[in-house]
Design a protein around this ligand. Structure first.
Ligand code: BES
Ligand code: MN
Ligand code: ZN
Length: 495
């Protein structure tokens, strides 16, 4: 059971809880407690003294715990650092760090959001607490889930702000759970089963294209990648259709449930984490699960292209030519560049519906990690306005995202002697090449963006509100994007 986040009008000095969380900014003369008026006085000045003696720096995510020894009903005060310029992002990160540190306590009260007042402050802290308390314990014989059961957010913020934060966190957690699930249980079929189950309770229509239908319709990319595995590939479609939508967008997710590399086999070390190669589709599924609750005013379709990339005598071989949905052909020169093969089909298929925008999310290339490090998404787009929208959305959601170029002249690296393109080229600019390949399958005039999340989809160790393992990255960025677009979109409704 995830913790409950509840708005409360109690005040910090009188509230009973296992831990009271308060924020401190990094001032010129040391840490400055923000909000939580009267706490230091109620503790006879011990709080300020403790911070000085503990040499507390108030960097974002620093946590120090001060026992109250009966001076106030809260059993301890957890002071969390917010850095020099606290904002909603530092609140979320700080709340995440606090939740990890306070995992042994059941009841928490927080006036953290008072440290950086804004419309987003309370919701961002709610998100941070729930995201930081996440642990994937399904396969532990002695699970140690977070013991946090209740977070009282003091100062009586609107319940709707907390609910929105909780919905966004829950969507992210669904993405994390799917990403962390081993490939032996999470086959494309099991992914589809779970998505169908979720769709029923979240106001979504769900259609699954099975292998035979993919054959009939010519989805050669998805079929080609899936044919080395005994688990059949499939395409999962979700549809959200509110009343009077102000626009129509499509989200596409890479859903490779395991990427061995295929016959172009990965070395053992690189394969270890490849159960997470469906993180793009996990984010898309997480987003879809939240749309109805958030009252998103856009029509949103999701396409999850799912397959298991395995080597076998039935696997696609280097040199084979695949015919994608829509008829374009690819010479497979490297079976480990499989994500672009399945996405190509989905992008061509989605383009037929002429959406206002199409955004794909994929753990596509190791090269994007070389370019941007392990904590940032690479944003590629054929339209500046769409790229800007997504980068602003990432900023609002507290996720790192950086625009990458689509130099058209690089595409000749993917010239093939036998087909329209080959699927892998030079090592240099590998993330750009992959994006250029995808762009070939996007219909003319359709605004498109590609989010390469190979880095931030998985964390080697916990940081901020992010746990070790699957992170659910891009879920909240895309939700923020859809929220903003639903409110601001002013174009004609295309149907
Ligand atoms: N799933 C990988 C990309 C990846 C790498 C994700 C590391 C997360 C961490 C993708 O399918 C892949 O194997 N890409 C190749 C492309 C190459 C063969 C052109 C890569 O990045 O090496
Ligand atoms: Mn691969
Ligand atoms: Zn892959």
């Amino acid at each position: 059971m995830p913790a409950q986040v509840i708005s409360s009008s109690e005040d910090a000095v009188h509230v009973s809880c296992d831990a009271l969380v308060i924020g401190a900014a990094r001032g010129d003369d040391g840490p400055e407690i923000r909000g939580a008026d009267g706490i230091d006085a109620a503790l006879d000045g011990h709080l300020a003294q403790h911070l000085a003696e503990a040499a507390f720096k108030a960097k974002v995510g620093d946590v120090t715990i001060v026992p109250t020894l009966g001076r106030i009903p809260a059993r301890c005060v957890a002071v969390v650092g917010l850095g020099a310029e606290p904002d909603a992002t530092s609140l979320r990160r700080a709340a995440g760090a606090a939740a990890r540190r306070l995992g042994e306590r059941a009841s928490i009260a927080s006036c953290l959001h008072e440290a950086a007042p804004s419309d987003d402050a309370a919701g961002a802290t709610a998100e941070g607490f729930l995201l930081g308390a996440y642990r994937f314990t399904l396969y532990k014989t002695e699970p140690h889930p977070s013991k946090i059961q209740r977070v009282l957010v003091l100062g009586a913020p609107p319940a709707s702000a907390l609910e929105r934060g909780a919905t966004r966190a829950e969507a992210t957690i669904l993405a994390r759970d799917l990403t962390n699930e081993p490939a032996s249980t999470l086959s494309p079929r099991e992914l589809a089963r779970r998505v169908r189950e979720m769709a029923g309770s979240r106001g979504l229509e769900c259609t699954i294209l099975e292998e035979t239908e993919l054959e009939d319709k010519g989805f050669g990319g998805i079929l080609g990648v899936g044919k080395g595995s005994s688990e059949p590939p499939l395409l999962i479609q979700l549809h959200y259709s509110p009343q009077d939508p102000v626009g129509r967008v499509i989200l596409v997710g890479k859903g490779i449930t395991f990427d061995s590399g295929g016959l172009s086999l990965k070395p053992a070390g690189s394969m270890e984490s490849m159960k997470t190669d469906m993180a793009g589709s996990a984010a898309v599924i997480g987003v879809m699960s939240a749309l109805e609750r958030l009252g998103i005013k856009l029509e949103v379709s999701a396409l999850v292209a799912s397959a298991e990339n395995m080597p076998s005598s039935s696997a696609v071989r280097p040199g084979d030519v695949l015919v994608h949905y829509g008829g374009k052909t690819t010479e497979v020169t490297n079976t480990d560049a499989e994500g672009r093969l399945v996405l190509a089909d989905a992008l061509a298929f989605g383009s037929e519906q002429k959406p206002d925008a199409i955004v794909d999310v994929a753990t596509l290339t190791g090269a994007i990690m070389v370019a941007l490090g392990a904590k940032s998404t690479g944003v590629f787009s054929n339209e500046d306005a769409l790229a800007d929208e997504l980068i602003s959305a990432a900023l609002a959601a507290g996720e790192r995202a950086w625009r990458m170029p689509l130099y058209p002249e690089y595409l000749s690296d993917l010239d093939s002697e036998v087909a329209d393109h080959k699927n892998s080229g030079s090592r240099w600019g590998g993330a750009i090449l992959a994006a250029l390949f995808l762009q070939e399958f996007v219909g003319k005039g359709i605004p498109w963006a590609h989010l390469d999340i190979a880095g931030p989809a998985r964390a080697e160790s916990a940081y901020e509100e992010v746990p070790k393992g699957g992170t659910g990255v891009a879920t909240r960025t895309l939700i923020s994007w859809l929220e903003a677009r639903g409110e601001n979109w002013s174009g004609d409704i295309k149907r």
